[in-house]
Design a binder for this molecule. Structure first.
Ligand code: ADP
Ligand code: ASP
Ligand code: MG
Length: 406
């Protein structure tokens, strides 16, 4: 008998027919004698729709009330999933995040899990129940409802698997596993059999939304091995685990494209100590995440000036513009230029550490396609470039073909 945590994402519970399909799979596992904790997301589109309703009332709603609202999406699904199991004669009980013992800090809309006390979950499992837990939500020690950031049901599942010391953690979604690229953009993308935490972290951080970034961080920290697989087939999925020696044989594990970044350029910035610190401190104080940063060598005689570019998440662009504009007098730069038409293309693989010439091959590929590279940044296992948004998908396919289709 194994203790298994399964998570079903929004597209896997998008209709009552799909919820019945989930119940059938769960019932089959239980038939084998396994104990099951099933984490479910809101039905697909529900969370987006709730956000739309809130923004219709006011553009910047209270984050406490947002959490109160968004938590309802998952609550619908847990009750329906429990009912679908009851209809099949399987004893099941649904629990909210709070009832499952998930305690978070008080940062509404992106709360962090502080601890999990799964007493109720254990008791229900021991009395023969399937336990259905609402993903994406928790409760502060003071009893406030919180949510864990978009895609947060992945984190609920991984954290519960760690807390329960589960034998297996399965993340069910609408694709067969983690692919070498988003199959919606690159039709020739292939399923990856095994991937290291660090590789999936870099891919998720670079825009591959197949797993929530924070859930992979959590899995790495607590060494939770998990499998990403399809709720619609019996195909084996992708195993996500600690790096093994043989993983370095593959140079590039995957490619990802982030279309959610925007570039800000400050021109004519006086080149003197403290300027960059001032800009990025102001952005940090406004809780704006900066990703890539590029500063040109300074030019001009007398008082040299330079150009400074950085990227932020698109929804933060207006706020970033405001923050920088407020520094104009103090810093005396010439101009702020904002560009939303960029795509960030990344290649990722632990094999990069032991292979050379990867960057040159990526840049050659883009050059042959007539695609201009704007910004470049690298980590030990990742190379990212920004390119014109209109050419970004073609660029992704070309780079995928060069590294992953031979
Ligand atoms: P769920 O609702 O199950 O949480 P998501 O929509 O969050 O599912 O994630 C699955 C989607 O992630 C896929 O449909 C796919 O388009 C997208 N995706 C992006 N990059 C990848 C990748 N490298 N491998 C697989 N899927 C990816
Ligand atoms: N329903 C939430 C979202 O859409 C959480 C999740 O699906 O994981 O972001
Ligand atoms: Mg998801």
């Amino acid at each position: 008998m194994a203790l298994i945590v399964q998570k079903y994402g929004g597209s896997s519970v998008g209709t009552t027919a799909l919820i019945k399909n989930v119940a059938t799979r769960v019932a089959a596992y239980r038939q084998r004698g396994d104990q099951l904790v099933v984490v479910v997301s809101a039905m697909s589109g529900v969370t987006d729709n709730l956000i739309r309703l809130a923004k219709d009332i006011m553009p910047l709603p209270s984050e406490r009330e947002m959490d109160m609202l968004l938590a309802t999406g998952e609550q619908t699904t847990i009750a329906l999933t429990a009912m679908a199991l009851h209809a099949m004669g399987v004893p099941a009980v649904s629990l909210t995040g709070a009832q499952a013992g998930i305690v978070t800090d008080g940062v509404h809309t992106k709360a962090k899990i502080q601890n999990i006390t799964p007493r109720k979950v254990h008791a229900l499992l021991n009395s023969g129940h399937v336990v259905i837990v609402a993903g994406f939500q928790g409760q502060t020690p003071e009893g406030q409802i919180t949510t864990l950031g978009r895609g947060g049901s992945d984190l609920t599942a991984i954290a519960l698997a760690a807390a329960l010391k589960a034998d297996l953690c399965e993340i069910y979604t609408d694709v067969d596993g983690v692919y070498t690229a988003d199959p919606r953009i690159v039709p020739k993308a292939r399923k990856i059999e095994e991937i290291a935490y660090d590789e999936l972290l870099e891919l998720a951080g670079a825009g591959a939304k197949v797993m929530q970034l924070r859930s992979v961080e959590f899995a790495k920290k607590f060494r939770v091995t998990f499998e990403v697989r399809s709720s619609l087939s019996g195909n084996p999925g992708t195993i996500v685990k600690e790096e093994t020696k043989s993983m370095e044989d593959v140079v590039i594990r995957g490619v990802s494209l982030d279309k959610n970044q925007a570039k800000v350029t400050l021109t004519g910035v006086p080149d003197r100590p403290g300027t960059a610190a001032r800009v990025f401190r102001a952005l940090a104080e406004a809780a704006i995440n900066v990703d890539m940063i590029i500063q040109n060598v300074s030019h001009g005689t007398g008082a040299p000036t330079t150009d400074l570019s950085f990227t932020v998440d698109k929804p933060d662009l207006l706020k970033a513009h405001k923050v920088i504009e407020a520094l104009r007098k103090e810093l005396n730069f010439r101009q702020i230029i904002a560009n939303e038409s960029i795509g960030k293309l990344s290649i990722v693989g632990v094999g990069m550490r032991s292979h050379s010439g990867i960057a040159a091959r990526m840049f050659d590929t883009l050059a042959r396609e007539g695609i201009n590279i704007d910004m470049i940044s690298t980590s030990e296992i990742k190379i990212s470039v920004t390119v014109e948004l209109a050419k970004a998908e073609a660029a992704t396919r070309a780079v995928h073909a060069a590294f992953l289709e031979s």
